[in-house]
Write a protein that binds this ligand. Structure first.
Ligand code: FES
Ligand code: FES
Length: 165
């Protein structure tokens, strides 16, 4: 057993966990943050993606001990009260989801993609890049077209929001 301290969605969390505990299990089973999903046992689907210190990471392949001291953000932590994150709003407006199972992981990946491309290219993100970047996220429903559309739309919304800050 090990004692870990981390910040999850802005709140300090301390837990005593077995060394083999995965971050996704701490989030879902101990903290009741069930928006982070488990969609495979082969680290392929991306349904479990959260942010660790701002970068998208598969929480099904991260031991809690590896996240000790880190800042974790889950899908539950990205809206501001009732105001959706621009990525969530873009998925809603562009029909970027059907069953929704992959959506939390898609959205957490997509925010990281847009953030990285905003800082490296000033915000220009094209369809091919989004498709390549989302290779670690599997969706069994949508055919990806509206997901890519959502990410590109959100990239514009996030650029406008950043410019206004
Ligand atoms: S549950 Fe993590 S990649 Fe599928
Ligand atoms: S919306 Fe159903 S798996 Fe993606």
């Amino acid at each position: 057993m090990s004692k870990v301290s981390l910040t999850v969605n802005g709140k300090a969390v301390t837990a005593e966990v077995e060394d083999r505990t995965l971050l996704v299990h701490l989030l879902r089973d101990h903290l009741n943050l069930t928006g982070t999903h488990v969609g495979c046992d082969t680290s392929q689907c991306g349904a479990c993606i959260v942010h660790i210190d701002g970068r998208a990471v598969k929480s099904c392949t991260t031991l809690v001990g590896q996240a000790n001291g880190a800042n974790i953000t889950t899908i539950e932590g990205i809206s501001k009260g009732d105001e959706l994150h621009p990525m969530q709003a873009a998925f809603r407006d562009n029909h970027g989801l059907q069953c929704g199972y992959c959506t939390p992981g898609m959205i957490m990946s997509a925010i990281d993609i847009v953030n990285r491309h905003h800082s490296s290219t000033g915000g220009d993100l094209d369809e091919e890049t989004v498709r390549q970047e989302l290779e670690g996220n599997i969706c069994r429903c949508t055919g990806y077209h509206n997901i890519v559309k959502s990410v590109l739309d959100a990239a514009s919304r996030m650029k406008v929001a950043q410019a206004a800050e």
